[in-house]
Ligand binder design. Sequence first.
Ligand code: IPM
Ligand code: MG
Length: 370
Amino acid sequence: MEKILILPGDGIGPEVMGEVRRVIDWFGTNRGFQVTLDEDLVGGCAYDAHGAAISDAAMQKAHDADAVLLGAVGGPQWDNVAYEARPEAGLLRLRADLQLFANLRPAICFAALADASSLKRELVEGLDIMIVRELTGGVYFGEPRGIEELGNGQRRGVNTQVYETYEIERIARVAGDLAMKRGKRLASSEKRNVMESGLLWNEEVTRVISDEFPELELEHVLADNCAMQLVRNPKQYDVLVTDNLFGDILSDIAAMLTGSLGMLPSASLGAPDGDGARSKALYEPVHGSAPDIAGQGKANPIASIMSLAMALRYTFERGDDADLLENAVTAVLDKGIRTGDIMQADMQAVGTSGMGDAVLAALDELGAGA
Ligand code: IPM
Ligand code: MG
């Protein structure tokens, strides 16, 4: 039996993950998707309960699960906790300990929402970019790091950007595989004009792609220029591979282009273990914990629901079910059903559970027993 660990986290996390549970149940009843669900704490709520952003017991459950579904972490009430216990540390430990090096962040603009983008409709309508962000290396984890007292009243803050060949190779392969299944175009982004780690990135990506994916059209783009190109003409990109820090920034830009941070899912995948076992995987919405609307039943659960669709596709190899769920969400949007974050004139306003109801109704219409 498949095992899913749900980590709702903080803020709106528990609300949106409640809707995800209902969708999982629907697939169990109607499509034979049999899973055991477990739940635990991550983020500020874990800190309140255990004094750490994730407990060892929850980490063990994450190791044992086929997929982890995470809501969101963080909130102003934890602004002053010790740095190593801050809510984000739970997420970073999950990424590091499960070796989830490949972060897939699709930026898709739903036709029904093209007017919600900060860019003109014609620039974003039909947008479909896959950002592949390296997630376990680079400046996020490089040593040395820390803040030291210099003894003269000055302090020094240090972080280290470091990549080794194998880290670049494996993320280039993930991106190459995805590009082969999509438009066969890959862009790779770094700052080789300033950083040796960027030069290495550039050279290793070039080598892996020309040796292993000769059919792909590969383009290199400096990260600052890439940010500019993403707002100038985003549809020029198909798959975009980049490092941990640039990926953090570029994926936020790409997300906002779609007009709807509340809509975007992500997958963080590890390497297959070689014994035919599944890769470790964590799925989470791109949006944060939105403390300003937490607990009010207003949050948009679609990003979390779309993250479940990615889990169905990438972990459970149920591509048809993933398509069905994505089509159900599209149908709901086409009907004009909207949570507050994507509200437009003359549309029907719903809250978190209302959106969940609408997705379940669309699933019933499109796919029960199919
Ligand atoms: C993200 C977030 C995280 C990151 C934070 C919450 C640590 O911004 O997933 O993009 O910087 O990776
Ligand atoms: Mg980010």
